[in-house]
Design a protein around this ligand. Structure first.
Ligand code: ATP
Ligand code: MG
Length: 588
């Protein structure tokens, strides 16, 4: 890494004093039990996510402050205060109680980003039930598979989604007793075998005691993105709220007056941990947009809602880049003070694009469904090394591990050596199991270390660099090649909007590197451009690492959470079965 490309931060870059101004000091002083002591806890000593996120503020000075501002095309924005959110969540919890749904029982939500989704999640948590939000774009099979795996007793959805995605497989979901419907036109529903949620809510009391959950009680069930294979159901507990709180402070730098926008859907863990819970914990106002990606709309929201902290994903940033530089020129972002991204490696090109177009570099951070919260991050106070995912947050011990031939793993102490990224157990939001897959869960641990399945290295300054998933790393002529490095180099070319790189079996060198690229607006594919890209990559990466083949695609296959599905590029290239496509964007 060329040190001249480090983005140095000065006091002038910071509008507010960053919460993690003293990285070394906070890491030294940090203890999870002290972080927990900043939460109020339940009267009997228990811990409940919804109680911390909503009740605390609903009964205090933030009662009338806007918690969520729901945006949708064609209708006025709807502001819901902390007080109202508490009352609505209580009504929902009482609806569950009346149906006989109690602690530990599973509630699934299949809906777009409508207010009822948020109310159902928080109400379920208040009730001590376990909640699992699903992407509304899932087809019938993925919905049924997840409800069955999680033994769902309740499903909250809309009348239209029910008819399109649930009704046909309803009798294949034996545990599912109650389906609660939201009428998409705002009226009431009357579909046999279902209940009208609005009617039940209207009759339910808006007062309810929070179920006395403990830190180890199950709270949320999240399915992984399915990037590398069939999605796994990760079990989370109420104690995770301590991580959500600490990381909201350190990694998202939330301050009391922020207007925060997390673009992730709650069907993916980011949309729940950071789209619902963390901002509420900090008493911050969140923007929730029901619509799908649209470059004009997104720049418009950043400007018109005066968003201060924006949490998004590389795929969205690449789509904005692809849409061109003209659109953002029509907008101004004077309120924006911090931008973070998660989900995939953030190409250095994208980090710098943020600085050029939005006035701020983009801060990458790393975590997984399994970790429940942000583990490694670039925070506002850190200098950014573009391409690095940052440093471990206070309370998080990260290491690079070597796998030895005898099956054991050891920590690699020297910097700049590649190995598997691991985290020391003990952070509160660590997953507590894969649903119905104890064996796989056990295999994720080696002694006190959780093995993430990602390859990375740590530099001498303690910054972590993502190499690739263990499954995606390419072995070519004795070299280990991470797709990210190759993709980032291709993205430096002005014509390239996104790139996905795979290893293609080769009798001589083991695997050869093949790249798939999609082009930015205004560029057309041609043999000349292909040769130019091959040459560009060779110059940047050297012949051993550069792709030998490049193919153009209009867009790359990606998961609904926005990750390039390299396994699908590979399966298609090699004519192999495509595997689980339940999370494929545009599929399902
Ligand atoms: P599956 O486990 O089903 O294959 P998935 O791993 O993509 O899917 P998630 O839990 O949503 O499911 O994603 C976590 C993974 O995303 C990480 O393990 C890592 O590979 C990748 N990731 C997340 N953030 C970053 C980042 N900042 N840089 C690089 N990779 C990232
Ligand atoms: Mg994974």
């Amino acid at each position: 890494m060329d040190s001249s490309s480090v983005i140095r931060k000065t006091a002038a870059d910071l509008r507010l004093s960053p919460n993690l101004a003293d990285y070394a000091g906070e890491r030294r002083a940090f203890a999870w039990d002290r972080a927990r002591a900043e939460l109020i806890g339940l009267p009997g000593g228990g811990l409940n996510i919804a109680h911390e996120a909503v009740e605390r503020h609903a009964n205090g000075p933030l009662r009338d402050k806007t918690a969520f501002r729901f945006l949708a095309r064609g209708i006025p924005a709807r502001d819901v205060s902390f007080g109202e959110l508490s009352r609505l969540a209580s009504r929902f919890a009482n609806v569950l109680r009346q149906l006989g749904i109690g602690k530990g029982e599973r509630v699934f939500v299949l809906a777009g980003r409508i207010p009822e989704l948020y109310i159902a999640v928080l109400g379920s948590l208040k009730n001590g039930s376990v909640v699992s939000p699903l992407f509304s774009a899932f087809g019938p099979e993925p919905v049924a598979t997840r409800v069955n795996l999680g033994a769902g007793r309740v499903l909250v959805t809309t009348d239209r989604l029910y008819e399109r995605k649930v009704a046909s497989l309803r009798d294949k979901m034996p545990t599912l007793e109650h389906v609660l419907l939201v009428a998409e036109d705002g009226g009431s529903t009357n579909i046999p075998g279902t209940l009208d949620l609005a009617a039940l809510m209207a009759e339910a009391s808006e007062v309810c005691e929070v179920e006395p959950t403990g830190a180890e009680d199950m709270s949320l069930l999240h399915f992984t993105s399915g990037t590398t294979g069939t999605p796994k159901g990760a079990v989370h507990v109420h104690g995770a709220v301590v991580t959500h709180y600490a990381t909201g402070r350190y990694a998202l730098d939330l301050h009391a007056d922020d207007i925060y926008w997390c673009t992730a859907d709650p069907g993916w863990v980011t949309g729940t941990s950071y789209g619902i819970i963390a901002p509420l914990l900090h008493g911050v106002t969140s923007i929730i947009d029901r619509e799908e990606f649209d470059a004009e709309r997104w720049y418009g929201i950043l400007q018109d809602e005066a968003v201060t902290v924006w949490y998004t994903a590389p795929t969205a940033i690449r789509m904005l880049m692809k849409a061109g530089a003209e659109i953002p020129r029509k907008y101004r972002f004077p309120s924006l003070r911090f931008i973070a991204s998660v989900g995939e490696p953030l190409n250095p090109e994208a980090v710098r694009w943020g600085r050029d177009v939005l006035g701020l570099p983009i801060h990458d951070n790393w975590w997984q469904t399994e970790t429940g919260g942000i583990m490694i991050a670039n925070t506002p106070a850190f200098d950014i090394k573009p391409g690095s995912m940052g440093r471990p947050l206070p309370g998080i011990d990260a290491a690079i591990m070597r796998h030895r031939e005898d099956g054991t793993v050891t920590v690699i102490d020297e910097p700049d050596v590649e190995g598997e990224l691991a985290l020391k157990r003990g952070w509160p939001s660590m997953f507590r199991g894969y649903l119905n897959n104890e064996e796989r869960y056990r295999k994720c641990f080696a002694g006190e270390w959780y093995l993430t399945g990602d390859l990375a290295k740590r530099d001498a300054d303690g910054y972590f660099w993502f190499i690739g998933r263990t499954d995606d790393v390419i072995k070519s002529a004795g070299h280990l090649i991470g797709p990210f490095e190759v993709e980032s180099a291709l993205m430096e070319h002005p014509a390239v909007a996104e790139a996905g790189v795979i290893g293609k079996p080769d009798p001589v060198v083991g695997e050869v590197v093949k790249a798939f690229v999609s082009l930015k607006q205004g560029f057309v594919e041609s043999e000349a451009l292909r040769m130019e890209l091959l040459g560009h990559a060779r110059k940047r990466l050297g012949a051993a690492v550069a792709p030998k083949e490049i193919a153009f695609l209009p867009s790359l296959p990606r998961t609904r959470s926005g990750k390039i599905m390299r396994r699908l590029l590979k399966a298609r290239e090699l004519g192999l079965p495509e595997g689980d496509l339940s999370t494929l964007e545009g599929g399902g």
